[in-house]
Design a protein around this ligand. Sequence first.
Ligand SMILES: Cc1ncc(COP(=O)(O)O)c(C=O)c1O
Length: 439
Amino acid sequence: MADLSNSLDAFWMPFTANRQFRKAPRMMVSAKGMYYTSDDGRKILDGAAGLWCVNAGHCRPEIAKAIQREAENLDYSPAFQIGHPNAFRLASELAAILPDPLDRIFFVNSGSEAVETALKIALAYHQARGDGRRTRLIGREKGYHGVNFGGISVGGLGPNRKSFGPLLPGVDHIRHTYSREDMAFSRGQPEWGAHLADDLERLVLLHDASTIAAVIVEPMAGSAGVIIPPKGYLNRLREICDTHGILLIFDEVITGFGRTGAAFGADTFGVVPDLMTLAKGLTNGAVPMGAVAASRDIYDAFMEGPEGTIELFHGYTYSSHPLAVAASLATLGIYRDEGVFERVAELAPYWEDAVHSLKGLPTVIDIRNIGLVAGIELEPIEGKPTARAFGIFLDCFHDRDLLIRTTGDILALSPPLILEKTHIDEIIDKLADAIKAAA
Ligand SMILES: Cc1ncc(COP(=O)(O)O)c(C=O)c1O
């Protein structure tokens, strides 16, 4: 067998151009607060909170100690038919900060698993109520709901779907909410577009409401390049779901835990779903974990029949893993003690002004923002879609010591929520130079 000890060959990297990466690797070796350290010793400002998950900043001692303590105390406890006290405590703490009536929490290990779990709960809920004809799941174009089969079926990003066969049957999609013509350079929520929710009525006419179990959307589409919901859009979606007995699922894997300027996107946008998926900021990215929050009504619908019945035949070996639970309890403590979500609301106007100062730079065709998120859309290089934005990503990483994300020709910013105004200035100055250099 070949000696791979000093080789980069064995690791098949996710969502990465593997061959290109091996020619010019980008490696992080440590992190603290707002900065990574790369293997060549540079301090790299984190403009992306890792992958939208390190909301409280990197390597928080409170979280590290909590994980270490639990690793020495309770390394693992069976997830089925056995509990451990901290898991119940964490569920209660989450229920206390989630919008009413979302107060029943099912633990999983990632955003993708949270999505699969929410879709399965929606289907099983209707069946439990004797309405088993409701099996259709509705997603939205440009939606990202992780990479498992349910998630890519309701998801609406072509490249994530095209290689994987027919996917789940009985899935349809409402149209996405982006129109550059009608909303370019909106600050916060666009004024235009509430009526786009009526597209759900089209699918109700087509399939009949009695066949539709649930609609799943991200309150703010992150992975598609930061698409902010138009004012009134989510309220309208909620109304239509209510009219037709359809469950509304918010995928808050990115928007949860302060990102949009309140604890959850549901709070920011003033619309409460029936089921909510969570991950990422749940543990500050320190240990993989996800969750589904369900309304009391949904949970109660399962709690029928003989008491010895397992109500939901679903779960993972690592559901409510003690180390993840410990990390999450410590993370929620930081959010609470430091007023992290309130801080986002305070900083958001400064952030908005800063990102919109990039308007007018060459190739910038739209800027979108909410809370501490921004998307900056660039004119693609003719015949080379994605090349301009990816070039800027590389330039920022290698030459400007700044980490950003890109999707298509959109630059996405989602820094740790603990950043200072000086960090915002630094991100914007560096990005402005990189955009100009790439024009
Ligand atoms: C809205 C949304 N849902 C689900 C996921 C999948 O999460 P994970 O990568 O933890 O499976 C993501 C990841 O970015 C996401 O943004």
